[in-house]
Design a protein around this ligand. Structure first.
Ligand SMILES: [Zn+2]
Length: 124
């Protein structure tokens, strides 16, 4: 059964076919200010059902942070598929990755999904 992520007002609705094995909490300036908790997926795994009021905040031209301009929810991000191998280096992954804000997943027990901590503020 598909799992749906919905912003507070319903203007953004995303759909995936599986629960994430873990969700990621990051300390970087963006993640700590928005409170996003990330469930990562390959690009083809996420279906955008509607993004009627969606906006894209892309401060450095790499990480596209999507949010709903009506209700303000941080909805998802599309970014290069960063790995530990890219930390401190000058290479940018060619592949992209989607991160859905797991707090928007409807009818999902978030407490049952392990949280992976990443110290993004000090890693990049
Ligand atoms: Zn909304």
């Amino acid at each position: 059964m598909p799992i749906v992520a919905t912003c507070h007002c319903g203007a953004t609705r995303l759909e995936v076919d599986r629960l994430p094995e873990s969700v990621t909490a990051c300390t970087c300036t963006y993640c700590s200010k928005t409170g996003g908790l990330w469930a990562y997926y390959e690009p083809g795994e996420v279906r955008v059902l509607t993004e009627a009021e969606g906006r894209d905040y892309c401060p450095k031209g790499l990480n596209h942070h999507h949010f709903c301009s009506r209700c303000g929810c941080t909805t998802h991000g599309i970014s290069p598929a960063w790995t530990e191998a890219h930390i401190g280096g000058n290479t940018i992954p060619e592949e992209s990755r989607w991160g859905i804000n797991a707090r928007l997943l409807d009818d999902v027990d978030l407490g049952a999904i392990p949280v992976r901590q990443i110290d993004g503020r000090n890693l990049w």
